[in-house]
Design a protein around this ligand. Structure first.
Ligand SMILES: [Zn+2]
Length: 140
């Protein structure tokens, strides 16, 4: 049994107490149209269990989402005629997450519609990379 939060709008959509435009559903995953789309076909993909952010998600739920993302993307692209698209996944307010239930956005790029993005790239220095890699690998 997965954890749910009765106050969470996405858990209520999973439970069926709030309607959605359902694109896909299996035992672990639900996909539905975003009601504030950035472009035609903008789709949200969520685990049925409640986790606020991606790093908290169980390996099983993460795998279930990963298994269907390519198929859902193909469906969105084929239905809309879009050739390019973004997969967006935000974690935390500062990172633009609005609903605290993990969700992936499939966002077609159609003309001027779709995701706008600033990318203020820095530069990775070799010594910094080594220390960072060591710290990260110790956490895996
Ligand atoms: Zn939830």
């Amino acid at each position: 049994m997965v954890q749910t939060d009765p106050n969470c709008i996405f858990c209520r959509i999973v439970a069926g107490t709030i309607p959605c435009h359902k694109v896909y559903e299996d035992d672990h995953v639900l996909a539905f149209l975003d009601i504030g789309p950035l472009s035609r076909g903008h789709t949200l993909v969520i685990p049925k269990g409640h986790w606020a952010t991606l790093e908290q998600v169980s390996d099983e739920a993460g795998a279930a989402i990963g298994r269907v993302l390519p198929r859902l993307a193909r469906a969105v692209l084929n239905a809309t005629g879009a050739k390019e698209w973004n997969l967006l996944q935000n974690n935390g307010r500062a990172a633009h997450q609005v609903v605290d239930h993990v969700h992936f956005h499939i966002i077609p790029k159609i003309g001027d519609t779709g995701l706008g993005l600033d990318w203020p790239a820095g530069k990775l220095a070799g010594e910094n990379a080594k220390a960072l890699l060591n710290a990260m690998r110790q956490q895996l």
